[in-house]
Design a protein around this ligand. Sequence first.
Ligand SMILES: N[C@@H](CCC(=O)N[C@@H](CS)C(=O)NCC(=O)O)C(=O)O
Length: 207
Amino acid sequence: MFKLYGFFTQNTLKTLYVLEELGGDFEFEFVNLEKGEQKSESFASKTPVGKVPLLEHDGETLFESGAICRYVANVTDSPLYPADKMQRAKVDQWMDFFSCNLGRSLTTLFYEAVIKPKFGLGDPDIKGIEEARRNAQRQLKMLDGQLAKSDWLANNALSIADLFAFAYIEQHRVTDLSLHDYPNVLAWFERLESRPSIARARSRLPN
Ligand SMILES: N[C@@H](CCC(=O)N[C@@H](CS)C(=O)NCC(=O)O)C(=O)O
């Protein structure tokens, strides 16, 4: 059985969404970053990077949310990560796009709005916020065009790329970006949000 360690933030949420969509056969342990639990001896001994999410399976550990999403879908032979090489590459392409582009901009906005004040990490970086907002707007427009052609990001089918991307996009809620300006992104977002796996994943986290 899989065991996942995680916190409230989007990197954990990506992996929770994928694991729940795969059927939810896993154990979840909350690591409270606000209390510094990632620095505890028992957690730190499991990973060289000291971060969540972290997966344990078959006596091995894995860090990096993307690697975890790919592994759990791959090892369960799920169509969420298709075996066909080109289809798989399309899933990887969108995951990488979110990690390196749109997701990164949204994470900057989330970090400035939520994490910095919560952890007392200093004043807002106004220039960084402006740049991230501009990038996010440009990339959301591109994504809207893409989702006008298909209900899902890759191969016209739900995949781990959609669940991975959803966790980044839901961060818009704490920013002044509105998905109403991107109707196809909004429709995709609502399609995902109505899936029972999303509610089940969220219910794994403490209130
Ligand atoms: N690229 C990593 C990022 C992991 C990461 O930054 N995790 C944060 C929470 S979102 C963390 O554990 N921070 C604790 C720390 O740095 O001490 C992934 O996608 O899993």
